[in-house]
Design a protein around this ligand. Structure first.
Ligand code: FRU
Length: 503
């Protein structure tokens, strides 16, 4: 173990020691979402199944609640909800990655756990990013001796060497494939593919897809998987421009396209979306969702998780020693080219105290008073007009979720919470089966909202998961009131459960 890794491990031990003895910090933290043990975390990495466990690594800077030289933190789980801390897996401690071990993925390979990540280093031209590998047993990882394994020398065209990162690896027909994001000389993003027969020698295959319309720059964190007989390609482009109809927002977005990857020609052919003839759609319409990674589980499910935060809006309270959480892992499916997301089914066994109710048009109901914010609330509305408001309030602070059935929008407002940040509010058009594009909606009422709340996050799965809306917030008080206002003229039905770990 190098000194750099040992130092990071000591820091992690120190942080977990503090958390274990502080009720105040325990109360701040989510109950059933992964959160960093302390320090900073961003993207999920190496989300994989190995030796009977689910493994999640993450971009980790243990020394402060701000981004810094990247390590890979590591946790394991049996149910995607409760995470067991493991030793820090990677530290920036060799020539190929001394400026950081950036994002990547993991697979099982010949009985070992193979991690692929981006090594950030420096040469005479400045910062450079190259691809690196490490092998492990599920606890300890050793970088290969011939790092980096892929560099600019392997790519037959010139590009911006500071932007070549985030390898996604997968196995197919006895080979390993890798795609990475890369910034072309013209500033546009693209995805390059490599192939290897032995995880040692890698051959460049080509550009599978690129930002043809120039609606974005670098494409970060590519992910590819097969679901319902189609290939699902997800990536996170930078510097996009807002488009309310399509759902895109300014800055970093996470996008999916479905279609087919031709391994021979090395081209991803995208399907056109039935509702608007576009090929790309947003994965999640909330403020706090980025860099998703998927895991093809041995039981056949495709599960995805993402960093539950936005680069554009840092709202971690000043006195916190931790910053960064992941979304609830979600089961993915594709129907008519549209992505559906459902909370991982393991959540069912954490649900208890079921109750159902009906709120008449024009009435309010307090669902709970001064309780912990660990719940699922499913709302069904038959109305085609009016507004439904949900508020979580404690002391002088409040967060609101507003469903407007007149203009068919959902919005989240954290402007009255502990820290509003640069993006205190987001409004998005509600997507439906008939119209996942959100334009010219003919749909009346009959909206369904599955709202899952943990200490500091609200994730909404709309209309069976054709749209998700993920947002985080912080409140000084661990207890809140939950009130629903039914501002429509028809009754609203709900189901409610507490979420807690069962013994
Ligand atoms: C995405 C990202 C990746 C990079 C990592 C660095 O959030 O910018 O492209 O590998 O974060 O922490």
């Amino acid at each position: 173990m190098t000194d750099t890794l040992l130092k990071a491990q000591k820091k992690q031990d120190e942080l977990t020691g503090i958390i274990a003895t502080s009720e105040e910090i325990k109360d701040q933290r989510p109950l059933f979402h992964f959160a960093t043990p302390g320090g900073w975390c961003n993207d999920p990495n190496g989300f994989s199944e190995f030796a009977g466990k689910i493994h999640l690594f993450y971009q980790y800077h243990p020394y402060s609640t701000q981004w810094g030289p990247m390590h890979w933190g590591h946790v394991t789980s049996g149910d995607f909800l409760k995470w067991q801390l493991e030793p820090v897996a990677l530290a920036p401690d060799c020539e190929a990655d001394f400026k950081g071990c950036f994002s990547g993925t993991a697979i099982e390979y010949e009985g070992k756990h193979l991690l692929a990540y981006t090594g950030v280093s420096e040469n005479e031209e400045g910062e450079v990013q190259n691809q690196c590998l490490a092998f492990g047993d599920g606890k300890n990882y050793k970088k290969v001796s011939s790092q980096p394994v892929i560099t600019a020398r392997d790519i037959p065209f010139d590009y911006i060497h500071a932007h070549f990162r985030d390898p996604k690896i997968w196995k197919k027909d006895g080979k390993i494939y890798m795609i990475c994001g890369l910034k072309q000389k013209d500033g546009k993003g693209c995805l390059v593919m490599f192939e290897s027969a032995d995880a040692k020698k890698w051959t460049y295959k080509g550009v599978i897809d690129s930002s043809r319309d120039g609606l974005s720059t670098m494409w970060e964190c590519p992910d590819i998987s097969v679901v319902n007989g189609k290939e699902l390609l997800i990536f996170s482009p930078q510097e996009m421009k807002e488009n309310y109809q399509l759902g895109f927002h300014d800055g970093n977005n996470s996008i999916y396209v479905s279609g087919k990857l031709d391994y021979e020609k090395c081209i991803f052919t995208r399907e056109r979306r039935p509702e608007n003839n576009y090929t790309a759609a947003l994965v999640d319409y909330g403020i706090d969702f980025y860099a998703p990674e998927s895991l093809q589980l041995s039981d056949g499910r495709l599960i995805m998780t993402a960093w539950m935060q936005a680069w554009e809006s840092y709202i971690t309270p000043e006195n916190y020693i931790w910053s960064g959480m992941m979304t609830l892992p979600r089961e993915l499916s594709l129907k008519n080219g549209r992505l559906y997301q459902k909370p991982v089914r393991e959540l069912e066994s954490w649900k208890s105290d079921a109750r159902a109710g009906e709120i008449a048009g024009g009435k309010n109901e307090c669902i709970f008073k001064k309780a912990r914010r660990h719940f699922e609330l499913d709302l069904k509305s038959q109305s085609a007009s009016g507004q439904i408001n949900l508020s979580l309030a404690g002391g002088t602070e409040k967060v609101m979720l507003k469903i407007n059935l007149d203009d068919k929008s959902i919005s989240f407002d954290r402007s009255e919470s502990l820290v509003a940040g640069k993006i205190p509010y987001r409004k998005a058009k509600i997507r439906t089966e008939e119209n996942a594009g959100g334009e010219n909606s003919q749909t009346g009422g009959k909206f369904k909202f599955q709202i899952i709340c943990d200490t500091c996050s609200l994730e909404v799965f709309i209309n069976d998961g054709i749209m998700t809306f993920t947002n985080i917030f912080f409140m000084s008080d661990v207890l809140s009131d939950l009130v629903i206002e039914n501002g429509t003229n028809q009754s609203l039905t709900y189901d409610f459960w507490k979420i807690q770990e069962k013994n």
